[in-house]
Write a protein of this length. Structure first.
Length: 259
C-alpha cells in the first residue's frame, strides 16, 4: 500500500531505539527523508546507518536532548520545514507520588508535555502554509487507564492530550492532522527496565514477572516496535487526513474499555 508520502521530510524524536526507531524505519520504507534524534551519538548513528542501508533514504542524525531548548533548536536546524513530526521522549520514572518533589514534576511535565508543544509551535505554521502536515505524539495507554506507579506520566501526558484535543481541531481544515498513539506493553529496553524494577520489588524474577504480564494482554504477547511503527506511518499518510485529534490505543487489548 502506497501511503502517499514519498519524498516528504520527517523529524522523529527519541528514535535511536524502541518505538521511535520503529516509527523511523516504517517512514523510511515509505520513502520519507528523516531527521532522527537521540542523546547517545554512537547508538543514533548506528540506527541512521541501518536505516540508510535498508531504505535508501536520506537520514540525518542529530545527537541532542530533545527536552532542552538547545536540543530542539539543533533538530529544527537540521529540518526547519518538516512535513511530519513524531513527538517522543523517554517517560518519567516509576514510583510513588510521595517520593516525587517539585523538580521531578517539572522535569516530567517538560519532557512529556512542554517539549512536544514547543516543537509543534515551531513547525505548525509552515505545515499550514504548505497545506500538509502530520503530527503524531507518542503518549501512553495510561492516558486512558492510569497506572498507579506511573503517576508522573499519567499527569504530564494527560496535559498534552488535553492541549492536542483543542489544537487538532483548529488546524485540520488546512490538511494538518494531529493524533496521539497510546502504546501499551511493548518489547523495548524501557519496558524491560521497568518490569525488572517491578519484579525486584515483588520478589520475583524478570522472566516469571514478564510472563504473568503477557497473560494479562488479550493478544497474549508484548507488541513489537515494528508494528507500532507501521501504525504511526499510516497516521502520517496522505490517507489519514480525516483522522483528527484521536487517541489510538495500540496495546493488544490490554485496556478494557468500550470507547
Amino acid at each position: 500500500m502506497d501511503l502517499g508520502i514519498r519524498g516528504k521530510k520527517a523529524i522523529i524524536c527519541a528514535s535511536s531505539q524502541g518505538l521511535g526507531r520503529g516509527c523511523a524505519q516504517a517512514l523510511a520504507r515509505e520513502g520519507v527523508e528523516l531527521v532522527i534524534n537521540g542523546r547517545t551519538a554512537a547508538a543514533l548513528e548506528a540506527t541512521a546507518e541501518a536505516i540508510r542501508r535498508e531504505a535508501g533514504v536520506k537520514v540525518v542524525a542529530v545527537a541532542a536532548d530533545i527536552t532542552t531548548s538547545e536540543g530542539r533548536a539543533a533538530v529544527l536546524a537540521a529540518c526547519p520545514e518538516p512535513d511530519i513530526l513524531v513527538n517522543n521522549a523517554g517517560g518519567p520514572p516509576i514510583g510513588d507520588f510521595r517520593d516525587w518533589d517539585e523538580a521531578a514534576w517539572m522535569k516530567a511535565v517538560n519532557g512529556n508535555m512542554i517539549t512536544p508543544i514547543m516543537l509543534i509551535k515551531s513547525v505548525i505554521d509552515g505545515m499550514i502554509e504548505r497545506r500538509f502536515g502530520r503530527i503524531v505524539n507518542i503518549t501512553s495507554r495510561s492516558v486512558k487507564a492510569p497506572l498507579a506507579h506511573l503517576g508522573l506520566s499519567n499527569g504530564a501526558r494527560a496535559g498534552l492530550t488535553g492541549f492536542i484535543a483543542g489544537l487538532a481541531r483548529q488546524v485540520a481544515r488546512h490538511n494538518v492532522v494531529i493524533n496521539n498513539l497510546l502504546p501499551g506493553p511493548f518489547a523495548t529496553d524501557r519496558q524491560i527496565d521497568g518490569l525488572t524494577k517491578l519484579a525486584a520489588k515483588a520478589g520475583q524474577s524478570y522472566e516469571s514477572f514478564a510472563k504473568a504480564r503477557m497473560t494479562e494482554v488479550p493478544a497474549g504477547r508484548f507488541g513489537t516496535p515494528e508494528e507500532f511503527g507501521r501504525a504511526c506511518a499510516f497516521l502520517c499518510s496522505a490517507d489519514a487526513g480525516f483522522i483528527v485529534g484521536q487517541n489510538l490505543l495500540i496495546d493488544g487489548g490490554a485496556v478494557n474499555v468500550t470507547f
